[in-house]
Design a protein around this ligand. Structure first.
Ligand code: LR7
Ligand code: MN
Length: 527
């Protein structure tokens, strides 16, 4: 078989991973989106082992690392994670880490509610993962910040490596992280975080970017300034990063303790990533992204859980970090959020004392030396370019252009209202050959774009709901469609085919249904 044919077959298999065959599949998919905000049907079908594409740049593949690297304890906190995603995370570490470098994996169950994370996980670990895996159960919900501190307290390896519970590590991921820490104990390192699609679980490379933040105290990705690129080591050299995303990093265990672990007054989720980043830089450490280490993470569009009493923990945690670390610059935060000026944030005296004891530098020093790109607001402040990590500026190539014709009814799929209406439905109407608003483009990303503007989309809906017209996001999944055998139009993340609800009705409603090749499911893009 030719290389191209092989690639096409693999692509086809990947695109069909989410196919729904019966009601059980449909339930599993919809429940998965509700509970986890990703496609659990595909996650379960993938199982616990798979290869992922080696996304490192070519120069990384020639690098070698010392044999006497320090050993690592991998700490993974989870709350209501999909068991298949958690175990794939664990197995990816076991499958792609040299055994002599992996001291242990510590799973911290943050008082999850799901039964399979109790008995079934326990049994699986005892039966198939003896020795290196420890499971720790929090007796009450602590949140990921105290959860990681609990995991770290049980760890005995020289280096701590933190991972989210829905990751897959790539080949040779750990050695470059450990090597950097071995050279300097006060160096904290992050892998490049590759993208695992929440809709298709497809693993794809992400560009090398670095961490920044804005004055709302939200993490953001920044382009790497030219001054940081192109040293003697070229594309394999560590990249100085002002902040980290938070979930995936490695750090010497004693240094983690010395530096004050985390702020145990922070709850559930948010803010700890900026807090530890500022603390590392201001108190004598360094933070780098290591381009030769790659780990995939499932990026979802919403967080599927809240905090126990519905508190906004991101704000609570950000307030604590602002009052401890930002000095006079906390004014920048409050000018964006004046409502927070008088809001209480608990007792921070221990963290203020930690800052004094460690002899940390000022936030002004951090801004001047580590993040000079940061804009300080004032009359001369200019807005910064946002970065899209999913799609570059290039437009996908058009494969086909024309009307989307329903064979049985001789009608065309068009917008119910204006074709430029975001969130609008699509319905069957009489084909109008003079109307450019009926023209679809099918492109190499498998998107169906109406009127050159909006994409046909199935996101955040139940699999039986109708698709809608949404802004094209370029990351596949909910906007990926394929034309298959017997003229079917298959939606990749819904795992179903587009059908006309009632071919005799003039309303022309469409919806998704199990692919059965029937005439209500036959389409043709004519152009
Ligand atoms: O109460 C909780 N208890 C937990 O144990 C809530 C969460 N968790 C676990 C959860 O199961 C997961 O394994 O903590 C981990 C992180 O939670 P996510 O996956 O919901 O977080 P996220 O990926 O949306 O958020 C990013 O920012 C967070 C801020 O608090 C954390 O630092 C996350 O680790 C971090 N994730 C990453 O950095 C991955 C790359 C994302 C980017 C950019
Ligand atoms: Mn995550």
């Amino acid at each position: 078989m030719g290389k191209r044919a092989k690639r096409d077959i693999i692509l086809l298999i990947l695109l069909c991973q989410g196919m729904i065959f019966n009601e059980r599949d449909q339930e599993l998919r919809d429940l998965g989106y509700q509970k986890h905000a990703f496609n659990m049907l595909i996650s379960n079908r993938l199982g616990y082992h798979r290869d992922v594409p080696d996304t490192r740049n070519a120069a990384c593949k020639d690098k070698s690392y010392p044999v006497d690297l320090p050993v690592a304890s991998v700490v993974i906190c989870f709350y209501n994670e999909a068991l298949s995603a958690l175990l794939r995370t664990v197995h990816s570490v076991l499958d792609r880490t040299p055994a002599q470098l992996l001291h242990e994996i510590i799973l911290v169950d943050d008082d999850s509610d799901f039964d399979d994370l109790k008995g079934e996980l326990e049994e699986y670990v005892q039966k198939y993962l003896p020795g290196k895996i420890k499971v720790i159960r929090n007796t009450k919900r602590e949140g990921l910040i105290r959860g990681r501190m609990i995991g770290a307290a049980h760890a005995t390896g020289e280096v701590l490596v933190f991972l989210d519970s829905h990751c897959e590590v790539n080949v040779m991921w750990l050695q470059p992280l450990l090597a950097a820490i071995q050279q300097d104990q006060r160096t904290v390192v992050c892998p490049v975080i590759d993208i695992i699609s929440a809709d298709t679980l497809a693993y794809s490379s992400s560009p090398v970017v670095r961490g920044g933040f804005n004055w709302g105290l939200h993490f953001k990705w920044d382009l790497v300034p030219l001054s940081e690129l192109g040293g003697p080591e070229g594309a394999t050299a560590p990249i100085k990063s002002p902040t980290m995303a938070g979930g995936l990093f490695a750090m010497n265990r004693h240094y983690f303790n010395e530096l004050g672990q985390y702020d145990s007054g922070m709850d559930i989720w948010g803010g700890e990533n900026l807090e530890i980043s500022f603390r590392i830089w201001m108190c004598g450490g360094r933070l780098f992204i290591i381009p030769c280490s790659r780990v995939g993470h499932i990026f979802r569009k919403r967080r599927p859980y809240g905090s126990p009493e519905g508190q906004d923990t991101m704000t609570h945690n950000s307030l604590r970090l602002a009052h401890v670390w930002l000095d006079e610059y906390k004014e920048q935060y409050f000018s964006l959020r004046p409502d927070l000026r008088t809001k209480s944030y608990g007792n921070i005296s221990e963290r203020v004392e930690l800052r004094r004891k460690l002899g940390c530098k000022s936030f002004k020093w951090y801004l001047d030396n580590i993040y000079p790109e940061m804009q300080i607001s004032g009359p001369n402040a200019k807005p910064q370019q946002p970065i899209f990590i999913n799609r570059g500026p290039k437009r996908p190539k058009v494969l086909q252009r024309g009307r989307l014709y329903h064979l049985q009814t001789n009608k065309c799929l068009v917008a119910q209202g204006r074709p430029s209406q975001k969130g609008g439905l699509v319905v069957l109407k009489a084909c109008d050959y003079s109307d450019p608003g009926q023209i679809w483009i099918y492109n190499e990303e498998h998107e169906l774009v109406l009127n050159n503007l909006l994409c046909l989309d199935m996101s955040e809906t139940r699999s039986s709901d109708p698709p809608r017209l949404m802004k094209c996001h370029g990351s596949g999944g909910s906007q990926q469609w394929t034309f298959g055998k017997s003229n079917r139009l298959y939606q990749v993340s819904a795992g179903q085919c587009l059908r006309v609800v009632d071919p005799l009705s003039h309303k022309g409603y469409v919806a998704m249904a199990i692919c059965d090749g029937s005439s209500s499911q036959q389409w043709h893009l004519e152009g």
